[in-house]
Structures are given as C-alpha cells and as structure tokens.
Design a protein. Structure first.
Length: 379
C-alpha cells in the first residue's frame, strides 16, 4: 500500500512538472493562409497533389457557409473517377488541354502533371478559368467534363447513348492509350451529327497512327504479323475486316457494333501447334521458308467461332476447309469456297475482292495477306 502511494504521488508530481513547463500556442488564420500552409507542406514532401491543392484553392473563393455545398460538388468530380480507377491528375491534364489554351516556354501546348497547380494560379490562367468570381460555375464545368470523360470511356457518344465508333476506339486503343480524350472533350459540345462524324474520322486517324507509325499503310501491313503489336489490336483489325465483308454480303450500309466479332477466336489457318507430319509437309513444299514465321503472318489469320475452331484443331488445310464452310462469317467461309449469288449483287461485288484456296502454302498466305491489305485500305 505504501509503495502504491509513493508511485501515485510521484506520477502526480511528473504531471505537475509537465504542465508547468508546457507552452500552448493557438494559431488563428484565415483560409488563404491555411492554403499557403497546405502548399508549404506539399513542398516538404508530404503526398499532396495538384488535385488536392486545386480543391483547397476553390475553398478560398467561397464563404464558409458554402463549404458543405462545395464539398458535395467536388465529390461529383472525384467519385466517378475513383469508381473507374482513373488517375485524377491524368483527367485534370486532359481537362485543361481540352478547354484552355496552354502556353509555356516549350511551346508544345502541353501541361504536365507537376505543372497543373502552377498553371491554375498564374494570373492570366486564373482569369481564363474565372474560378475566383465564379467558383461553382468552374466546378460544374469540371463535373460536365468528368461526365463526358466517363461516358466516352464507356463507349457512349456526347448524347449519352451507345456509339459504334466510340466503342471501336475502346477496342483499338485499349486502356493504356488515352490522349485522344483531349480531342473528344474538346469536341463534346458539337451537335451530335458533327460529333459522330468527328469520332468516325478519329478512329480512322488513330488506326493509321497506331498501325503504321508513319509508314505507308500497305508497306506496314505487308510486314504485319500476330506479334507486331498487342493481340487485342490484331483482333480489332480482323473484326473490322470480317464485319466489312459481312456488310457487303448482306447489303448493309452502316456498321453495327464490333462486339459480335471480337468474341470470336483468332484462327491460325496454318496451325499454331502443328503435328510433326504437318510441319514436315510444309517444309517439303516450301523449302527455305520458316514455318514459325508464316504461321503468325496476318494472311494466315482469320476469325472463327470457338466450337468450329475446336473441331478444326491442328489439321491439314484440306480437312479444315470442311469446318470453314460452316462458319457464319463470309471472310472465313470464303477461304474454302466462294459462293456466287445472282449477278451484279452486293455478294458478287464482294466476291471479286475475295479468294478461295485449294492448298495452303507460302504463296497462298502471301496472296491472302495482300487481299486483306486491300480490304483494310477500303475500310
């Protein structure tokens, strides 16, 4: 008991000494000073980014009574981006480049992520955005761009409805390539017919940019193989070709969604994993030619339903032809047999652009590759 009292009074003595030697400092500051502290902390390496700083910059422009309102509006910016796992700073860059004239010492009209906040606080740019006089109007402008960005990335047009060419852009560009959203956001307020035409032209432009890298299209596709780029882009190209031939076969004028075609399997006409006897047969018929080179060539690839692909397997070409004829897609079934229907019909016209084959060797693969290149140029 005595020990308890000694410890008890010793603890009280320590607390008393601590209280007598502590100095409490209360800092009162207005919101603009608080923002400066926020910026200073950021400069010292704590993980604040331009999105955080912009949010707090906007808070300095409104009355404290509007803080809750601004906070709720800001969530309409961040929540959709978080849901899509989209990087907020990447979106903010695209928003700036799509909506404002970007001027810098580099004269490249580009704002980098680490330049975003500095761009906002420059006097001329602050006047452009007008967030000091109209903070809520500025926030609503960002919200509108977020809504458009999310819609476009979901394959929607600027009217919020499904858009064939916008969906095609998703299939062509994938998740990594996204700079074209700057152009889409810039064009988002166009009337729907103009916007749709713009997206159609953008798809064509990006196809050339991605597939040719500045080289003439024919030369680029002559060398094209399954290994030339990501497989989803080869699938996109084969889907476009298959759809184009189907449209001509059925007499359709406007393309629909590519989704029916992108679920098909990429079939190696010359098998990807051949039996030894088939590889030996190829080598005998095509001396000095490498099997593994020709099996990946674009001319050796087609699209096929999975059940048919399973049956076709790794067989010789003549055995595969029976399965190709069962395919509902004419670009593939025409490999085995071209079907003549009437005179001067849409089918007879597309037939002049297709080829069927009785044997599958080097010359056949090269011939079909040239045929596909012509179709791609037409599309």
């Amino acid at each position: 008991m005595a020990r308890y009292h000694r410890n008890h009074w010793h603890g009280i003595s320590e607390i008393s000494n601590l209280a007598n030697n502590l100095v409490f400092i209360q800092i009162s500051t207005d919101i603009s000073s608080a923002l400066k502290i926020f910026e200073t902390i950021n400069e010292r390496g704590i993980g604040l980014n331009p999105m955080d700083l912009l949010k707090n910059l906007l808070f300095t422009q409104v009355n404290t009574s509007d803080f809750t309102k601004l906070k709720n509006e800001w969530k309409k910016i961040t929540a959709p981006l978080e849901k899509r796992k989209e990087k907020p700073l990447r979106f903010l860059r695209y928003f700036l480049m799509a909506n404002y004239k970007i001027e810098n010492d580099r004269s490249d009209a580009i704002v980098r992520e680490d330049e975003i906040y500095d761009w906002f606080i420059e006097k001329e740019n602050a006047a452009l955005c007008d967030y000091k006089a109209k903070p809520f109007e500025f926030v609503r402008k960002i919200i509108k761009n977020v809504e458009s960005f999310v819609a476009f990335s979901n394959g929607k047009g600027n009217d919020g409805n499904d858009n064939v060419n916008m969906d095609n852009l998703k299939l062509l560009c994938g998740a990594a390539f996204s700079l074209h959203y700057v152009l889409l956001l810039s064009a988002s307020n166009l009337p729907k017919p103009l916007f749709d035409q713009f997206v159609k032209q953008l798809e064509s432009f990006l196809f050339y940019y991605i597939f040719t890298k500045g080289i003439e299209l024919t030369d680029s596709l002559k060398r094209y193989t399954l290994n030339s780029m990501q497989q989803y882009r080869t699938r996109y190209l084969l889907a476009k070709l298959t759809q184009y031939v189907d449209m001509a076969y059925k007499g359709l004028k406007s393309p629909g969604s590519l989704s029916e075609y992108t679920v098909l399997e990429i079939e190696h006409i010359l098998p990807n994993k051949p039996e030894a006897v088939l590889r030996a047969d190829f080598t005998k018929k095509n001396p000095d030619k490498e099997y593994d080179v020709y099996k990946t060539m674009f001319g050796n690839l087609t699209m096929l339903e999975k059940p048919i692909n399973i049956v076709a397997g790794n067989n010789f070409f003549q055995l595969k032809c029976g399965e190709y004829k069962k395919c509902k897609y004419y670009l593939t079934s025409s490999i085995a047999e071209i079907v003549p229907v009437g005179k001067n019909s849409s089918i007879t016209r597309i037939n002049t652009k297709l080829k069927s084959f009785s044997d599958w060797d080097v010359s056949a693969i090269e011939s079909r590759q040239a045929m596909l290149i012509k179709l791609a140029s037409e599309i």
